[in-house]
Design a protein around this ligand. Structure first.
Ligand SMILES: [Zn+2]
Length: 406
Protein backbone atom coordinates (compact mmCIF):
# COMPACT_ATOMS: atom_id res chain seq x y z
CA UNK A 1 0.00 0.00 0.00
CA UNK A 2 1.22 3.50 -0.83
CA UNK A 3 2.04 5.52 2.28
CA UNK A 4 2.20 9.24 2.95
CA UNK A 5 4.01 10.92 5.82
CA UNK A 6 2.29 14.17 6.39
CA UNK A 7 3.77 16.70 8.67
CA UNK A 8 3.51 20.18 9.96
CA UNK A 9 6.57 21.56 11.60
CA UNK A 10 7.89 19.36 14.33
CA UNK A 11 8.05 22.16 16.86
CA UNK A 12 4.52 23.26 16.99
CA UNK A 13 1.51 23.03 19.12
CA UNK A 14 0.11 19.54 18.46
CA UNK A 15 -3.37 20.97 18.90
CA UNK A 16 -3.01 23.32 15.98
CA UNK A 17 -1.37 20.48 14.05
CA UNK A 18 -1.38 20.39 10.32
CA UNK A 19 -3.24 23.15 8.63
CA UNK A 20 -6.22 21.69 6.81
CA UNK A 21 -5.13 18.26 7.95
CA UNK A 22 -8.55 16.77 7.86
CA UNK A 23 -9.13 17.85 4.32
CA UNK A 24 -5.94 16.21 3.10
CA UNK A 25 -6.43 13.15 5.27
CA UNK A 26 -9.93 12.58 3.91
CA UNK A 27 -8.74 12.76 0.33
CA UNK A 28 -5.79 10.45 0.97
CA UNK A 29 -8.06 7.90 2.61
CA UNK A 30 -10.49 8.11 -0.28
CA UNK A 31 -7.59 7.37 -2.63
CA UNK A 32 -6.60 4.41 -0.48
CA UNK A 33 -3.29 5.97 0.55
CA UNK A 34 -2.10 5.06 4.02
CA UNK A 35 -1.24 7.98 6.26
CA UNK A 36 1.68 7.88 8.61
CA UNK A 37 1.04 10.75 10.97
CA UNK A 38 3.58 13.37 11.82
CA UNK A 39 6.19 13.00 14.51
CA UNK A 40 3.79 13.85 17.29
CA UNK A 41 1.31 11.24 16.20
CA UNK A 42 4.05 8.66 15.81
CA UNK A 43 5.29 9.43 19.30
CA UNK A 44 1.81 9.07 20.67
CA UNK A 45 1.34 5.70 19.01
CA UNK A 46 4.62 4.55 20.57
CA UNK A 47 3.52 5.76 23.95
CA UNK A 48 6.37 8.30 24.11
CA UNK A 49 5.79 11.68 25.68
CA UNK A 50 5.05 14.27 23.02
CA UNK A 51 6.72 17.10 24.84
CA UNK A 52 10.13 15.50 24.39
CA UNK A 53 10.70 17.58 21.25
CA UNK A 54 10.37 21.20 20.40
CA UNK A 55 10.14 23.14 23.62
CA UNK A 56 11.90 20.45 25.62
CA UNK A 57 14.83 20.25 23.23
CA UNK A 58 15.03 24.00 23.08
CA UNK A 59 15.22 24.09 26.85
CA UNK A 60 18.01 21.51 26.86
CA UNK A 61 19.88 23.44 24.22
CA UNK A 62 19.54 26.72 26.10
CA UNK A 63 20.71 25.12 29.34
CA UNK A 64 23.73 23.72 27.59
CA UNK A 65 22.77 20.10 28.36
CA UNK A 66 24.02 18.61 25.15
CA UNK A 67 24.19 15.01 26.35
CA UNK A 68 20.47 14.99 27.14
CA UNK A 69 19.86 16.85 23.92
CA UNK A 70 21.53 14.07 21.94
CA UNK A 71 19.41 11.48 23.73
CA UNK A 72 16.23 13.32 22.78
CA UNK A 73 17.46 13.67 19.25
CA UNK A 74 18.14 9.98 18.84
CA UNK A 75 14.60 9.27 20.02
CA UNK A 76 13.41 11.64 17.31
CA UNK A 77 15.44 9.79 14.71
CA UNK A 78 13.90 6.53 15.94
CA UNK A 79 10.42 7.91 15.55
CA UNK A 80 11.23 9.16 12.09
CA UNK A 81 12.16 5.67 10.93
CA UNK A 82 8.64 4.95 9.80
CA UNK A 83 8.53 8.30 8.09
CA UNK A 84 11.61 7.38 6.11
CA UNK A 85 9.78 4.38 4.75
CA UNK A 86 6.95 6.54 3.41
CA UNK A 87 6.48 6.76 -0.35
CA UNK A 88 6.07 10.52 -0.18
CA UNK A 89 5.85 13.41 2.25
CA UNK A 90 3.41 16.29 2.47
CA UNK A 91 4.75 19.05 4.63
CA UNK A 92 3.82 22.55 5.58
CA UNK A 93 6.60 23.97 7.71
CA UNK A 94 5.24 26.84 9.76
CA UNK A 95 7.20 29.99 9.02
CA UNK A 96 7.72 30.92 12.63
CA UNK A 97 8.58 27.48 13.91
CA UNK A 98 10.78 25.71 11.41
CA UNK A 99 14.51 25.61 11.42
CA UNK A 100 14.83 25.23 15.14
CA UNK A 101 16.16 22.36 17.10
CA UNK A 102 14.74 19.42 15.21
CA UNK A 103 14.21 20.33 11.60
CA UNK A 104 17.80 19.62 10.52
CA UNK A 105 17.38 16.11 11.83
CA UNK A 106 14.13 15.77 9.99
CA UNK A 107 15.72 16.90 6.72
CA UNK A 108 18.51 14.35 7.07
CA UNK A 109 16.01 11.57 7.68
CA UNK A 110 13.92 12.58 4.70
CA UNK A 111 16.63 12.50 2.09
CA UNK A 112 15.41 10.83 -1.09
CA UNK A 113 11.75 10.80 -0.14
CA UNK A 114 9.61 12.81 -2.58
CA UNK A 115 8.25 15.91 -0.86
CA UNK A 116 5.20 18.00 -1.56
CA UNK A 117 5.92 21.24 0.27
CA UNK A 118 3.22 23.80 1.02
CA UNK A 119 4.48 27.35 1.44
CA UNK A 120 1.22 29.17 2.19
CA UNK A 121 -0.95 31.43 0.05
CA UNK A 122 1.48 34.37 0.15
CA UNK A 123 4.69 32.39 0.31
CA UNK A 124 4.93 33.28 4.02
CA UNK A 125 6.71 29.99 4.51
CA UNK A 126 9.67 31.49 2.72
CA UNK A 127 9.56 35.18 3.42
CA UNK A 128 8.89 34.98 7.17
CA UNK A 129 11.44 32.28 7.71
CA UNK A 130 14.81 33.08 9.19
CA UNK A 131 16.20 29.59 8.84
CA UNK A 132 17.49 27.55 5.95
CA UNK A 133 15.09 24.71 6.67
CA UNK A 134 12.44 25.87 4.25
CA UNK A 135 14.88 26.62 1.48
CA UNK A 136 16.38 23.18 1.96
CA UNK A 137 12.96 21.65 1.58
CA UNK A 138 12.30 23.71 -1.51
CA UNK A 139 15.57 23.03 -3.26
CA UNK A 140 15.56 19.32 -2.46
CA UNK A 141 16.00 17.24 -5.60
CA UNK A 142 12.74 15.40 -4.97
CA UNK A 143 10.55 18.26 -3.87
CA UNK A 144 7.71 20.15 -5.50
CA UNK A 145 6.33 23.40 -4.16
CA UNK A 146 2.65 24.23 -3.71
CA UNK A 147 0.86 27.27 -2.39
CA UNK A 148 -1.97 25.53 -0.61
CA UNK A 149 -3.38 22.22 0.57
CA UNK A 150 -5.94 22.45 -2.18
CA UNK A 151 -3.18 22.55 -4.81
CA UNK A 152 -1.61 19.45 -3.30
CA UNK A 153 -4.88 17.57 -3.36
CA UNK A 154 -5.43 18.54 -6.99
CA UNK A 155 -1.92 17.42 -7.90
CA UNK A 156 -2.23 14.00 -6.27
CA UNK A 157 -5.59 13.38 -7.88
CA UNK A 158 -4.27 14.39 -11.28
CA UNK A 159 -1.26 12.09 -11.05
CA UNK A 160 -2.84 9.30 -9.06
CA UNK A 161 -1.48 6.65 -11.44
CA UNK A 162 2.10 7.68 -10.68
CA UNK A 163 1.35 7.82 -6.94
CA UNK A 164 -0.06 4.30 -7.09
CA UNK A 165 3.35 3.04 -8.23
CA UNK A 166 4.84 4.13 -4.92
CA UNK A 167 8.06 6.00 -4.25
CA UNK A 168 9.76 5.14 -7.53
CA UNK A 169 6.71 6.14 -9.54
CA UNK A 170 6.45 9.45 -7.69
CA UNK A 171 10.17 10.14 -8.08
CA UNK A 172 9.93 9.53 -11.81
CA UNK A 173 6.97 11.86 -12.01
CA UNK A 174 8.87 14.60 -10.14
CA UNK A 175 11.97 14.18 -12.30
CA UNK A 176 9.80 14.30 -15.39
CA UNK A 177 8.13 17.53 -14.25
CA UNK A 178 11.39 19.16 -13.17
CA UNK A 179 13.18 18.22 -16.36
CA UNK A 180 10.38 19.74 -18.41
CA UNK A 181 10.42 22.87 -16.24
CA UNK A 182 13.46 23.42 -14.03
CA UNK A 183 11.84 26.61 -12.68
CA UNK A 184 8.70 24.84 -11.48
CA UNK A 185 9.50 25.51 -7.80
CA UNK A 186 10.30 29.18 -8.31
CA UNK A 187 7.94 31.75 -6.87
CA UNK A 188 9.19 34.84 -8.60
CA UNK A 189 7.78 38.25 -7.80
CA UNK A 190 6.83 39.42 -11.28
CA UNK A 191 6.70 43.12 -10.43
CA UNK A 192 9.83 43.36 -8.28
CA UNK A 193 11.71 46.56 -9.00
CA UNK A 194 15.10 47.59 -7.62
CA UNK A 195 13.58 50.92 -6.68
CA UNK A 196 11.57 49.09 -3.98
CA UNK A 197 14.73 48.17 -2.09
CA UNK A 198 14.70 49.27 1.53
CA UNK A 199 11.26 50.95 1.27
CA UNK A 200 9.11 51.34 4.35
CA UNK A 201 5.47 51.93 3.47
CA UNK A 202 2.39 52.54 5.56
CA UNK A 203 -0.98 52.14 3.88
CA UNK A 204 -3.66 53.92 5.85
CA UNK A 205 -7.32 54.59 5.23
CA UNK A 206 -10.80 53.96 6.57
CA UNK A 207 -11.93 50.40 7.29
CA UNK A 208 -12.76 48.77 3.96
CA UNK A 209 -10.42 51.04 1.98
CA UNK A 210 -8.42 48.01 0.92
CA UNK A 211 -5.28 48.44 3.03
CA UNK A 212 -4.70 44.72 3.50
CA UNK A 213 -5.60 43.95 -0.11
CA UNK A 214 -3.04 46.42 -1.44
CA UNK A 215 -0.47 45.27 1.10
CA UNK A 216 -0.92 41.67 0.05
CA UNK A 217 -0.50 42.66 -3.60
CA UNK A 218 2.79 44.34 -2.74
CA UNK A 219 3.78 41.16 -0.93
CA UNK A 220 2.72 38.71 -3.62
CA UNK A 221 3.78 40.64 -6.72
CA UNK A 222 6.59 42.90 -5.56
CA UNK A 223 8.32 41.00 -2.76
CA UNK A 224 7.48 43.35 0.10
CA UNK A 225 7.34 41.96 3.61
CA UNK A 226 3.76 42.30 4.77
CA UNK A 227 2.75 43.53 8.19
CA UNK A 228 -0.96 43.64 8.93
CA UNK A 229 -1.72 44.44 12.56
CA UNK A 230 -4.83 42.24 12.53
CA UNK A 231 -2.88 39.35 11.08
CA UNK A 232 -0.04 39.71 13.57
CA UNK A 233 -2.39 40.06 16.52
CA UNK A 234 -4.44 37.00 15.58
CA UNK A 235 -1.27 34.93 15.77
CA UNK A 236 -0.92 36.02 19.39
CA UNK A 237 -4.42 35.17 20.57
CA UNK A 238 -3.22 32.10 22.44
CA UNK A 239 -0.72 34.21 24.41
CA UNK A 240 -3.10 37.04 25.29
CA UNK A 241 -6.36 35.53 26.53
CA UNK A 242 -8.34 38.80 26.39
CA UNK A 243 -7.03 40.16 23.13
CA UNK A 244 -9.49 38.45 20.80
CA UNK A 245 -12.47 39.73 22.76
CA UNK A 246 -11.32 43.31 23.10
CA UNK A 247 -10.41 43.59 19.40
CA UNK A 248 -13.75 42.01 18.55
CA UNK A 249 -15.43 44.78 20.54
CA UNK A 250 -13.74 47.38 18.38
CA UNK A 251 -11.01 48.34 20.85
CA UNK A 252 -7.50 49.14 19.66
CA UNK A 253 -4.70 46.78 20.55
CA UNK A 254 -2.44 47.90 23.44
CA UNK A 255 0.00 50.48 22.16
CA UNK A 256 3.04 48.76 23.68
CA UNK A 257 2.17 45.54 21.89
CA UNK A 258 1.82 47.21 18.50
CA UNK A 259 5.06 49.13 19.01
CA UNK A 260 6.79 45.94 20.03
CA UNK A 261 5.55 43.97 16.99
CA UNK A 262 6.43 46.77 14.60
CA UNK A 263 9.89 47.44 15.99
CA UNK A 264 10.59 43.73 16.09
CA UNK A 265 9.64 43.29 12.44
CA UNK A 266 11.77 46.31 11.46
CA UNK A 267 14.83 45.21 13.38
CA UNK A 268 14.75 41.79 11.73
CA UNK A 269 14.80 43.29 8.23
CA UNK A 270 17.90 43.34 6.09
CA UNK A 271 18.72 46.74 4.66
CA UNK A 272 17.43 45.90 1.18
CA UNK A 273 14.14 44.37 2.32
CA UNK A 274 11.06 46.49 1.67
CA UNK A 275 8.15 46.30 4.10
CA UNK A 276 4.53 47.41 3.94
CA UNK A 277 2.50 48.13 7.08
CA UNK A 278 -1.18 47.79 6.29
CA UNK A 279 -3.20 50.03 8.61
CA UNK A 280 -0.37 50.68 11.02
CA UNK A 281 0.04 53.66 13.35
CA UNK A 282 -3.47 54.26 14.56
CA UNK A 283 -2.41 56.72 17.25
CA UNK A 284 -0.14 59.78 17.09
CA UNK A 285 2.04 58.38 19.87
CA UNK A 286 2.50 55.14 17.89
CA UNK A 287 3.49 57.18 14.89
CA UNK A 288 6.07 59.11 16.91
CA UNK A 289 7.63 55.89 18.15
CA UNK A 290 7.72 54.51 14.62
CA UNK A 291 9.44 57.61 13.28
CA UNK A 292 12.03 57.36 16.03
CA UNK A 293 12.76 53.70 15.24
CA UNK A 294 12.99 54.43 11.52
CA UNK A 295 15.36 57.34 12.12
CA UNK A 296 17.67 55.07 14.07
CA UNK A 297 17.49 52.46 11.33
CA UNK A 298 18.08 55.14 8.68
CA UNK A 299 14.93 54.12 6.91
CA UNK A 300 12.64 56.61 5.23
CA UNK A 301 8.90 56.33 5.60
CA UNK A 302 6.28 56.80 2.89
CA UNK A 303 2.62 56.94 3.88
CA UNK A 304 -0.11 56.22 1.37
CA UNK A 305 -3.66 57.05 2.40
CA UNK A 306 -6.45 55.45 0.41
CA UNK A 307 -9.37 57.84 0.72
CA UNK A 308 -12.93 56.53 0.70
CA UNK A 309 -15.95 58.21 2.23
CA UNK A 310 -17.65 56.86 5.30
CA UNK A 311 -20.70 55.53 3.47
CA UNK A 312 -18.62 53.36 1.16
CA UNK A 313 -16.49 52.24 4.10
CA UNK A 314 -19.59 51.15 6.00
CA UNK A 315 -21.01 49.38 2.98
CA UNK A 316 -17.75 47.57 2.31
CA UNK A 317 -17.25 46.26 5.82
CA UNK A 318 -20.84 45.05 5.95
CA UNK A 319 -20.21 42.92 2.87
CA UNK A 320 -16.67 41.94 3.77
CA UNK A 321 -15.88 38.30 4.43
CA UNK A 322 -12.49 36.95 5.34
CA UNK A 323 -10.74 33.72 4.43
CA UNK A 324 -8.41 32.82 7.29
CA UNK A 325 -6.74 30.22 5.13
CA UNK A 326 -5.77 32.56 2.27
CA UNK A 327 -5.49 35.57 4.62
CA UNK A 328 -7.40 37.81 2.26
CA UNK A 329 -10.88 39.29 2.34
CA UNK A 330 -13.58 39.52 -0.27
CA UNK A 331 -16.22 42.17 -0.63
CA UNK A 332 -19.68 41.73 -2.06
CA UNK A 333 -23.24 40.57 -1.48
CA UNK A 334 -22.45 37.21 -3.09
CA UNK A 335 -19.96 36.38 -0.32
CA UNK A 336 -22.53 37.14 2.33
CA UNK A 337 -25.05 34.84 0.68
CA UNK A 338 -22.51 32.13 -0.11
CA UNK A 339 -19.61 32.47 2.30
CA UNK A 340 -17.13 30.20 0.52
CA UNK A 341 -13.64 31.31 -0.46
CA UNK A 342 -13.41 31.46 -4.27
CA UNK A 343 -9.70 30.67 -4.04
CA UNK A 344 -9.49 27.76 -1.64
CA UNK A 345 -13.05 26.67 -0.93
CA UNK A 346 -12.77 27.19 2.82
CA UNK A 347 -15.66 28.91 4.61
CA UNK A 348 -15.47 32.70 4.81
CA UNK A 349 -16.10 34.52 8.07
CA UNK A 350 -17.00 38.05 9.00
CA UNK A 351 -14.62 39.79 11.38
CA UNK A 352 -16.01 40.05 14.88
CA UNK A 353 -15.43 43.79 15.07
CA UNK A 354 -17.60 44.32 11.98
CA UNK A 355 -20.53 42.35 13.31
CA UNK A 356 -22.07 44.62 15.92
CA UNK A 357 -23.21 48.14 15.28
CA UNK A 358 -21.59 49.26 18.50
CA UNK A 359 -18.10 48.03 17.65
CA UNK A 360 -18.35 49.40 14.11
CA UNK A 361 -19.28 52.76 15.61
CA UNK A 362 -16.28 52.53 17.91
CA UNK A 363 -13.92 51.74 15.02
CA UNK A 364 -15.12 54.71 12.98
CA UNK A 365 -14.84 56.82 16.10
CA UNK A 366 -11.20 55.81 16.47
CA UNK A 367 -10.65 56.67 12.84
CA UNK A 368 -12.12 60.14 13.13
CA UNK A 369 -10.05 60.97 16.18
CA UNK A 370 -6.81 59.03 16.55
CA UNK A 371 -6.13 57.85 13.00
CA UNK A 372 -6.94 61.16 11.30
CA UNK A 373 -4.75 62.97 13.80
CA UNK A 374 -1.98 60.48 13.06
CA UNK A 375 -2.33 61.11 9.34
CA UNK A 376 -2.08 64.85 10.00
CA UNK A 377 1.09 64.18 11.98
CA UNK A 378 2.57 62.36 8.99
CA UNK A 379 1.32 65.12 6.67
CA UNK A 380 3.20 67.72 8.68
CA UNK A 381 6.32 65.66 8.07
CA UNK A 382 5.48 65.68 4.34
CA UNK A 383 5.35 61.91 4.15
CA UNK A 384 1.80 61.41 2.86
CA UNK A 385 0.37 60.79 -0.60
CA UNK A 386 -3.40 60.47 -0.96
CA UNK A 387 -5.05 58.13 -3.45
CA UNK A 388 -8.71 58.19 -4.37
CA UNK A 389 -10.10 54.86 -3.17
CA UNK A 390 -13.30 55.01 -5.21
CA UNK A 391 -11.64 52.97 -7.91
CA UNK A 392 -10.86 49.35 -8.78
CA UNK A 393 -8.25 47.56 -6.74
CA UNK A 394 -6.10 47.17 -9.89
CA UNK A 395 -6.12 50.91 -10.59
CA UNK A 396 -5.32 51.73 -6.99
CA UNK A 397 -2.48 49.23 -7.05
CA UNK A 398 -1.02 50.78 -10.19
CA UNK A 399 -1.14 54.21 -8.58
CA UNK A 400 0.70 52.86 -5.56
CA UNK A 401 3.37 51.37 -7.83
CA UNK A 402 3.79 54.73 -9.55
CA UNK A 403 4.26 56.46 -6.20
CA UNK A 404 6.78 53.88 -5.05
CA UNK A 405 8.80 54.14 -8.26
CA UNK A 406 8.82 57.93 -8.33
ZN1 LIG B 1 -9.25 30.96 0.90
Amino acid sequence: MVTCYRSGPIERDPASAFHGKNQIDDVLRELDIKIIGDTFEILESRGEPQEIYGPKMKKLRDQGRFYDYSKAESLLVQSLKSAREADFVISRPAPEASGGTTSETVMTCMRGVPKLVIIGPHGEGISDNDSTFMIRMLTDYYSLVFNSEKDVIGFIKKHIQAFRRGRDGIRQLFIHIKTANPYVNDRRKPLWDDRFEGKTIIIQGRPGAGKDTQGRLLQDLCGFKFFGSGHELRRLYSKFPNLSESLGNGELAPEWLINCLISNSLIKLERFEPIVFAGASKMPSEAETLIRILNDLKRKLEVIVIDIDEDLAKERITFRRNCYSCEISFCGREFVENPTCPQCGEPLAARDENMSEESVKKIFGWYRTEVEETIRYFENLRLVTHIDGHDSKENIFNKILEILKA
